[in-house]
Design a protein around this ligand. Structure first.
Ligand code: CO8
Length: 375
């Protein structure tokens, strides 16, 4: 019986940082401008004045201190409030593929693998730049990998769901090795003019190289002991942007065409679901939370992670038990738990077990239980 392993991971971190202080200055300048322009409506009671954002609130409510973005000048321009990207010709590498390729190359270099050894690319993220051709096929061509490529989207759970697909492909023998890549350009679908969510997201790309090993084969890497996925429909996190918009004659700039959520509701509903999901998955594999060396949790909100880990462990988790990267990266949708795994796994010893878990829009939850191997 063959096994699926994570051989290596890769990370691309964008060059530009927006601190909470910079973000709040830009938002408050925007709010002041709108309040000035709409002073008569505010006076007449037909428009509610915008309230300023605050650094203190952002850090306390979320744990986020800064975020990386591909382009910050557009986001911080109070007359614009979204990134500035130059349109690329069809024969140029698209921006989402470009960051995906950089993360993919990083994973291949760490695994010391030739692109030709990879049989499949799954591009799995919360948003694809276009409907077709599949982003994954463009990435496949740019990387020079063999076989096939296809796209997946399960919002924040895109990476864990794709790891299950990759693990099944290598175990069944339909591929020897599959690269799961999650390019997340959240800055282009975040509403930076909404005080309730303008601080939440950042850009990044991650890659996970899933390979097949035979049962008696010794290897360096992470054995995938099990994957478990669950979904339950909810409108609490939603984005209505899509190809039907034109035929509906709906406003492409309306608020519902970018990310929106009921943050409190998400918090209350998803935390117990995620804790129960992880506990059940571990139990069926013969583990308890106490026997897990590390939890690489989805990085949406620090308080959310503390609550989930507390439900599992019965105490506040240390940074060693449940590492945090969202203070630096913010919420990077599907990439968050993979960045945590990428940056905080080298110190684990052979035989130690960990859990990668994502949760988010859908709702969707995906867990991957892994065990360290070393030769
Ligand atoms: N500055 C100052 N005050 C603020 C601000 C601000 N920026 N924003 C809100 N406030 C105020 C509110 O007005 C409110 O005031 P009052 O009490 O007077 O009414 C007060 O602060 C409290 O507001 P909230 O109740 O909204 O604050 P919370 O403590 O709930 O914190 C959070 C808000 C941080 C959003 C929190 O609810 C949370 O993290 N929830 C979970 C979110 C989550 O995990 N969502 C998952 C989404 S990710 C996903 O699935 C991927 C989607 C695809 C990617 C999209 C990319 C763009």
């Amino acid at each position: 019986m063959a096994r699926a392993i994570i051989r290596a991971t890769g990370l691309y971190t964008p060059p530009e940082i927006i601190t909470n202080a910079e973000l709040v200055v830009a938002f408050n300048a925007y709010a002041e401008r709108i309040n000035r322009e709409r002073a008569a409506e505010i006076e007449a009671g037909t428009f509610t004045a915008l309230t300023p954002s605050s650094e203190e609130f952002i850090e306390k409510a979320s744990g986020i201190k800064q975020r990386f973005v591909l382009e910050k000048s557009g986001v911080l321009d109070p007359n614009r409030m979204y990134p500035r990207f130059k349109e690329r010709a069809d024969d140029e590498l698209s921006i989402e593929a470009e960051i995906a390729v950089l993360a993919g190359r990083d994973a291949l270099a760490r695994a010391d693998r030739d692109p030709k050894d990879v049989d499949g690319v799954i591009c799995s993220s919360a948003n694809m730049q276009r409907p077709y051709p599949a982003m994954a096929i463009e990435i496949q061509q740019a990387l020079g990998t063999s076989g096939w490529g296809y796209d997946m989207n399960v919002a924040c759970s895109s990476a864990t769901f794709a790891i299950e697909a990759a693990a099944n492909a290598v175990k069944s023998g339909s591929a020897r090795s599959v690269l799961v890549i999650s390019p997340e350009i959240t800055s282009a679908h975040l509403e930076w003019r909404d005080r309730d969510c303008h601080f939440i997201f950042g850009d990044v790309a991650t890659a996970v190289l899933v390979e097949r090993v035979e049962d008696d084969e010794a290897f360096d890497g992470w054995e995938i002991l099990g994957t478990r996925l669950i979904t339950q429909f909810s409108n609490a996190i939603r984005n209505n942007f899509g190809f039907i918009n034109r035929s509906e004659d709906s406003d492409p700039n309306a608020r519902d065409k970018t990310f929106r959520q009921e943050g409190r509701k998400v918090f209350k509903e998803v935390c117990p679901m995620a804790a129960e999901h992880i506990e059940g998955h571990l139990k069926d594999l013969g583990f308890t939370p106490a026997t897990v060396r590390r939890f690489w949790l989805h990085q949406a909100n620090l308080n959310m992670n503390l609550l989930i880990a507390r439900k599992l462990l019965g105490h506040d988790p240390s940074a060693d038990e449940a590492p945090v990267i969202l203070d630096q990266y913010a919420n990077t949708a599907s990439a968050g738990s993979i960045i945590a795994f990428h940056q905080h796994q080298a110190d684990l010893k052979a035989g130690e077990v960990g859990v990668i878990c994502s949760f988010g829009a859908g709702y969707s939850i995906g867990s991957v239980v892994v065990r360290r191997h070393a030769v």
